[in-house]
Design a protein around this ligand. Structure first.
Ligand SMILES: Cc1cc2nc3c(=O)[nH]c(=O)nc-3n(C[C@H](O)[C@H](O)[C@H](O)COP(=O)(O)OP(=O)(O)OC[C@H]3O[C@@H](n4cnc5c(N)ncnc54)[C@H](O)[C@@H]3O)c2cc1C
Length: 419
């Protein structure tokens, strides 16, 4: 049944908005659960949901130190895509795409998934070749992809500077038509409501401050709302991963925390009906349903736990935006914000059992964890329930760094700011 139907909006508008049901409960923590998930971001919530739905495990608590959605799930630029090159990545992200395509129905919550396509622009002949290779690899693995000529681009993205005198002349592009955007808050709220209805306790304002241990085994967590014991502890804290693992006595992980900024402009009339990424630097841009241009670029490039960034990146992102879309020069910037990114050393995520007994780790999402939210939850829930990796995330275990089987999609090496 549609709980947020047009009829309900109308009826509640006339009755002082008193008829809405609470979306999720505010329970008191129990002393013991089967699984405690640390982090109420998209990945933690999706994990709880799939633990309940796919594995029948519902005695689960999510400990979130702030309010639900206060982390990167509510701070990203909402791009969803599966346009990867390497075998370890493509099936995982394509599974995520398929889950996205049914997510609003699955959760009975409109996550506003809009398959408006993503276009990667190319500015050199070598980049065109490289991009065509990625497109071919995608098609071989069953993912939609098509090369675009400048003439196609002129029709598809009229605001783009395609002149020969452009600062970064555009030679073509690659489109993934099924890619797009989704409403990030709705994804968190949708998973939260669906998990709560299946019995999961969402504990907001419940900061994990330490781990309870029995020798090498993790047996629970100390929190700002008391101690909670559990058979299994799943860590899903994105940019706070190193800090969290330090509480467990693990000093070294192939993860660095960096701030990534995002920007939104004042609302404009329809200007851009797809997502565009710039191949000459680092910029991704789309237009939200409210009309604002939503865009971002590189991480700030220094380690930080601050949820705000610095001016050099602002300047760089603005100059790239104006170079691509000269008409944007007159647009006013409305807001900017930052999120703490869990940058892995090969640019690929980690979904794994361990590193301690009783512990499970999900992190390393770099710039791209929003689009992975459904598949991450799906595979992490499998890992927790079965104590073994899901076949789609088997390449993402932590031991790849010991074995030398890193998945370096961009071939950038251990340089987090380049992934
Ligand atoms: C500006 C920006 C733009 C981005 N754009 C995109 C994009 O367009 N597409 C895309 O795919 N990805 C994008 N990302 C990345 C994506 O948002 C993240 O990779 C993804 O959201 C991370 O997973 P999460 O949702 O679980 O993290 P989060 O929402 O950050 O969840 C982690 C949670 O852990 C909680 N936590 C931390 N410490 C503790 C503790 N001690 N106790 C309890 N809880 C704790 C935090 O409060 C937080 O709520 C972007 C990120 C940013 C910041």
């Amino acid at each position: 049944m549609a709980e947020y139907s047009a009829f309900q909006v109308f009826k509640n508008g006339l009755t002082g908005n008193t008829g809405w049901k609470q979306a999720w409960r505010k329970p008191e923590p129990k002393q013991q659960y089967d699984v405690v998930i640390i982090g109420g971001g998209g990945h933690g919530l999706a994990t709880a949901y799939y633990l309940a739905v796919n594995h029948g495990i519902t005695n689960v608590a999510i400990c979130e130190k702030g309010w639900l959605g206060s982390g990167n799930i509510g701070r990203n630029t909402t791009i969803v895509r599966s346009n990867y090159l390497l075998n370890g990545n493509t099936p995982f992200y394509e599974h995520s795409m398929k889950l996205w395509e049914n997510l609003s129905h699955e959760l009975n919550y409109n996550v506003m998934f809009s398959q408006r396509g993503i276009i990667n622009l190319c500015h050199t002949p070598a980049q065109l070749d490289d991009t065509a290779r990625r497109g071919n690899s995608m098609r071989l693995m069953g993912v939609d992809a098509r090369m675009l000529t400048p003439r196609d681009l002129a029709r598809r993205v009229p605001g783009l500077d395609l002149s020969a005198s452009a600062r970064f002349p555009v030679l073509g592009g690659l489109v993934q038509p099924r890619a797009g955007t989704a409403r990030h808050d709705a994804v968190a709220w949708g998973y939260a409501r669906a998990a709560d209805r299946r019995g999961v306790d969402i504990l907001e304002n419940c900061e994990v401050t330490g781990f309870l241990r029995d020798g090498d085994k993790v047996t629970g967590v100390a929190t700002s709302r008391g101690e909670i014991r559990a058979r299994k502890i799943a860590v899903c804290v994105a940019g706070s991963t190193s800090h969290m693992m330090k509480l467990a006595g693990i000093e070294k992980l192939p993860i660095e925390s960096h701030v990534l900024q995002a920007f939104v402009s004042e609302a404009l009339k329809p200007f851009l009906d797809t997502v565009v990424t710039f191949g000459g630097g680092h910029l991704y841009i789309s237009q939200s349903d409210k009309g604002g241009l939503v865009f971002g670029g590189d991480i700030d490039g220094y380690n930080s736990y601050a949820q705000h960034g610095n001016l050099p990146v602002v300047e760089e992102v603005m100059s790239e935006t104006v170079a691509l879309f000269p008409a944007a020069a007159k647009v006013r910037l409305l807001r900017s914000w930052g999120g703490i990114m869990d940058m892995s050393m090969d640019g690929t995520p980690i979904i794994t059992t361990g590193p301690l007994t009783g512990m499970y780790l999900n992190c390393g999402w770099c710039y791209g964890g929003f689009k992975a939210t459904p598949a991450s939850g799906w595979c992490f829930a499998h890992t927790i329930a079965r104590d073994e990796p899901h076949e789609l995330s088997a390449a993402f275990t932590l031991d790849r760094f010991h074995r030398g089987y890193v998945i370096d999609e961009k071939g950038q090496g251990a340089t987090p700011w380049k992934h």
